[in-house]
Write a protein that binds this ligand. Structure first.
Ligand SMILES: Cc1ncc(C[n+]2csc(CCOP(=O)(O)OP(=O)(O)O)c2C)c(N)n1
Ligand code: SF4
Length: 547
């Protein structure tokens, strides 16, 4: 057996390749980005994976549906995204629980407790439960590899999509992983599986969710719950170690914090849970053995809430995030677990770092094109102190900070244009929104169709830096002239579609153009086109940057 040093994300990517996927689909988002990037890079280096399809999708909904289409024809597929990406993909996600999967179908979703680079810290286990599909939650990189492989097998056996839930610390930390190999050739799963088995032919009633079919499929999904619960009871990823009278339930990655917090202390009995629906008999066994139980989990108090319901568990003391024994937000730490158990913290002992390092807030890079666009925009808005400034998610969200103060709202990807339209309809003026090129093709352009149809009195500035900068410089789907063509197709009036070149030497001209379009009563779209300086460095396309 070989060993590789892998990030949690990479372990998932490698396991997907070894499981014989035909395709990987994704839209970038920290901390999930490296799953797709690993597959893409390995595919290009490893002849055995050369046929695997891997291109970025326009957004997470599209990625999910593309992967589902691959499963529909009987091939294995993985789709990966960050937690909030699953909100965008929720419609096909919920329906796929009913259609089920034909070729193995794995959704890898990475949550971000502590919001290192996200706008919330939602817990995807709730969405797995909401859709009633199985959720696997690895506790380390080895399990990230092993569980992904298992997930493809079980997805085909159960005919269901499987969610693999990661969290930032696991996704982005590296460890030695014992790996297998391609037990079937890439793409050989499904239509004609490596083990010789054939998949059942496509049944239109399964995949066409007309109400009579959907009702039948939903009943099947409900019946499957017993099978899924039984799987959890026997899965080797869940483990009960009975010892002393103080119980701990540790979910996924939290198991490591617990192990480090208690060491070999025999006072504690530990139940490790890594698959959902949770193993009820194992939980019962722990509770029969212990009067008090601390539930340790990353994210929301999902399991604690399941255990205690509305009325608690009479005769038992269940504690965790809900009870206040553990902080309800942020990432879990060893010291948080120790405090929850009434043990003294030992941070200094372990790290020798007496105080936290001073925080360094993020800022736009020197020479960033967004700086010049915001500079011209705010100069154009002089004399309009009550301007409404809607923005979106990307590097340019940092325009909210001084010296620009150019952002009053940043809510979710694509929201700037739709919110600006709503604000304009309420009579607000002037309304100016800023949105990145990738965010625009992700979900900004759908809002723009309506604004264009109604010639909404607002100004949209597309910050076209030719890349998806914030998540590491992935490829943008439309930039420069492609973007201008797209705008024409969406119905934006050509006389109010303007391209500017955000460079300091063009400041006066850009400011005048922006002022003219902001003062125009109707829809204007300005494309501020200059490549991110890091993108220029990476692609060595300096000439293009100022073209
Ligand atoms: C639904 C969702 N998917 C993915 C992300 C991660 N993400 C944050 S900003 C961004 C795109 C930024 O690209 P762009 O709009 O081109 O702006 P830039 O960073 O290049 O300035 C992505 C993918 C997210 N926050 N929400
Ligand atoms: S990475 Fe690129 S787009 Fe982001 S702040 Fe730096 S220069 Fe600007």
């Amino acid at each position: 057996m070989n060993t590789e040093m892998l990030l949690g994300d990479e372990a998932v990517g490698l396991a997907a390749l070894h499981s014989g996927i035909s395709g990987a689909f994704s839209y970038p988002g920290t901390p999930a980005t490296e799953i797709f990037e690993f597959i893409e890079t390995r595919r290009d280096r490893d002849g055995r994976a050369a046929e695997v399809h891997a291109t970025w999708s326009a957004n997470e909904k599209v990625a999910y549906e593309e992967a589902l289409g691959m499963s529909f024809v009987g091939r294995r597929a993985i789709v990966s995204m960050k937690h909030v990406g699953l909100n965008v993909a929720l419609d096909p996600f919920m329906s796929s629980a009913l259609t089920g999967a034909r070729g193995g179908f794995v959704l890898a979703v990475a949550d971000d407790p502590g919001m290192h680079s996200s706008q919330n810290e939602q817990d995807s286990r709730y969405l797995g439960d909401f859709a009633r599909i199985p959720v696997f939650e690895p506790s380390n990189q080895q399990e990230a590899y092993d569980m992904t492989r298992e997930a493809f097998e079980m997805s085909e056996r159960w005919g269901l999509p499987i969610m693999l839930r990661l969290v930032t610390r696991l996704a982005h930390s590296r460890s030695a992983v014992h790996i297998g190999t391609y037990d079937h050739g890439p793409g050989q799963h499904g239509l004609e599986r490596g083990d010789g088995a054939k998949l059942a032919p496509i049944d239109w009633r399964q995949w066409t969710l007309l109400p009579p079919n959907a009702r039948q499929r939903y009943r099947r999904l409900l019946e499957m719950q017993t099978v899924l619960r039984e799987y959890s009871e026997h899965s080797s990823f869940n483990r009960l170690e009975l010892s002393g009278p103080r119980g701990i339930i540790a979910c996924g990655l939290a198991h490591n914090y617990v192990r480090e917090a208690i060491g070999d202390d025999p006072r504690y009995s530990v139940l490790k849970i890594c698959t959902y629906p949770p193993p009820v008999r194992l939980l019962r066994e722990l509770l029969d053995h212990c009067e008090e139980v601390l539930v340790v989990e990353e994210g929301y108090p999902y399991l604690e809430r399941l255990l205690t319901g509305l009325l608690g568990m009479p005769g038992k003391r269940i504690s965790g995030k809900l009870s206040g024994a553990l902080p309800p937000d942020g990432e879990m730490t060893v010291d948080r677990v120790r405090a929850g158990l009434g043990l003294p913290a030992n941070l200094q002992e372990r790290t020798g770092v007496p105080e936290a390092l001073p925080a360094r807030p993020p800022r736009l890079c020197d020479g960033c094109p967004h700086c010049d666009t915001f500079g011209a925009m705010m100069a154009a808005l002089e004399g309009y102190p009550s301007a409404y400034l809607l923005s979106d998610i990307g590097c340019y969200s940092l325009g909210a900070l001084p010296p620009y103060n150019a952002v009053q709202a940043c809510v979710d990807m694509g929201a700037s244009i739709s919110m600006a339209h709503g604000a304009a309809k309420a009579g607000a003026w002037p309304v100016v929104c800023t949105i990145g090129d990738s965010t625009f093709t992700h979900s900004g352009m759908t809002g723009l169709i309506g604004a264009a149809r109604e010639n909404a009195d607002m100004t949209v500035i597309i910050l076209d830096n030719a890349t998806v900068a914030m998540t590491g410089g992935q490829e943008a789907l439309a930039t420069g002239d492609e973007l201008l063509k797209l705008l024409a197709g969406l119905g934006v009036p050509p006389e109010h579609t303007v391209r500017i070149d955000p460079l300091p030497k063009h400041h006066a001209h850009n400011m005048a153009v922006l002022r003219r379009e902001i003062e125009y009563h109707g829809l204007s779209v300005i494309v501020a086109h200059r490549a991110c300086i890091h993108h220029v460095r990476r692609t060595k396309a300096g000439a293009y940057a100022t073209a």
